[in-house]
Ligand binder design. Structure first.
Ligand SMILES: [Zn+2]
Length: 124
């Protein structure tokens, strides 16, 4: 995906993150954004605390949404954003506009939902 488009979706996702969790401070949002780089030293453990704190405050449903946004932001960083995690095809941009956290294209999403409802859980 083109860098300008990635930047667009990153902006949209960050806006959604603020809408979902307006009480998250900038530094906490930054910590969330950095949390998937792996824990490299003890100071990074505070990131996990922040995530858990946010999860506790938001409740399960909201924190899942925040986690989805977080994962999408990570995929932007990794360069896998906009590509279906199941079949590897490019996700339709209209779908991404409607659902910027989409991990699968419409075909795979439907297949997954038909298969087993929801088996997507945070890997934490
Ligand atoms: Zn797919």
């Amino acid at each position: 995906m083109q860098p300008e488009k990635l930047a667009h979706y990153e902006k949209v996702l960050l806006e959604q993150l603020r809408e979902r969790a307006p009480h998250i401070r900038e530094d906490q949002a930054a910590a969330l954004d950095a949390s998937d780089d792996g824990v490299k030293d003890p100071a990074d453990l505070s990131v996990i605390d922040v995530n858990q704190e946010i999860a506790l405050r938001l409740g399960e449903r909201e924190s899942q949404l925040v986690a989805d946004i977080d994962q999408a932001l990570l995929r932007i960083k990794e360069g896998s954003y906009g590509t279906c995690a199941r079949c590897g095809k490019v996700i339709d941009e209209r779908r991404l506009e409607a659902l910027p956290t989409a991990r699968y294209d419409a075909t795979c999403q439907a297949a997954i939902e038909a298969d087993n409802g929801e088996d997507e859980h945070a890997t934490l």
